[in-house]
Design a protein around this ligand. Structure first.
Ligand SMILES: *Cc1c(COP(=O)(O)O)cnc(C)c1O
Length: 223
């Protein structure tokens, strides 16, 4: 099955208003080019240097999303062009993005990543900690950061009830936080290849789908 065919199948399974981020991490530029030629314009990557290299190699009308854990010292690789950072999980990172965005004289859209999954290994804010931070109105002093919504990852399990519970919790966090932000707080990023239909049923406005489009990742031979 070609990338174009798999992409069209994923696209057809999504309501029109749900934004598809094609997660291309570890896949070479030629694979992204194939999806691009089939009409896809939003791609997600999880490593800043890899993201930058692909940005430089591919057409300029691609919107690049950073979806993986981001270290403050690596923001500089993506700050000049990144369209959306999904994985903002601390005050320190938020403030570092503000500084890099100011340096590039641009506003960077971000999502607040919230941890709902059972696994301790998963990243993201704890909701109470995030609410405490938001109540100090830190974003008033960060004109180069625009908070667009919430991102999260469900527990990695075959138990659909657990996955649904995680997505419902993310939806609740999104609704709870929304009054603190303006009309542009409109993005709920949740759902991957294995669980995006459940995420959509729970209110996702954006899904991040990799292997269902590009095939399995081969970390040993990464681009
Ligand atoms: C890799 C990744 C995805 C895509 O995963 P697939 O299972 O390949 O669809 C989505 N979100 C995040 C945060 C990822 O790291």
């Amino acid at each position: 099955m070609s990338i174009a065919y798999r992409l069209s199948r994923v696209r057809a399974s999504l309501p029109e208003e749900v934004t598809l981020v094609a997660v291309s991490k570890t896949h070479p530029a030629e694979a992204i080019r194939e999806a691009y030629d089939a009409g896809q314009r939003i791609f997600g990557e999880s490593r800043p240097q890899e993201l930058k290299a692909k940005y430089e190699a591919l057409p300029r009308d691609i919107a690049w999303h950073m979806i993986g854990h981001l270290q403050t010292n690596k923001i500089k690789y993506i700050a000049p062009f990144v369209a959306l950072i999904h994985s903002v999980d601390s005050a320190r990172l938020t403030e570092a993005i503000e500084r890099e965005a100011a340096r590039c004289d641009r506003t960077i859209d971000i999502l607040l990543e919230i941890r709902v999954a059972a696994e301790e290994t998963k990243t993201g804010w704890n909701l109470d900690e995030l609410l405490r931070y938001v109540r100090t109105t830190p974003f008033a002093g960060m004109p180069h950061v625009r908070v667009r919504g919430v991102m999260g990852i469900a527990t990695n399990t075959d138990d659909e009830a657990v996955v649904r519970r995680d997505f419902e919790e993310l939806r609740r966090c999104f609704e709870l936080l929304r009054p603190n932000f303006g009309a542009r707080f409109d993005t709920l990023s949740m759902g991957m290849s294995g669980d995006y239909p459940i995420a959509v049923a729970c209110g996702a406005t954006m899904v991040r789908v990799g292997s269902s489009i590009f095939g399995e990742r081969d970390y040993a031979h990464r681009a």
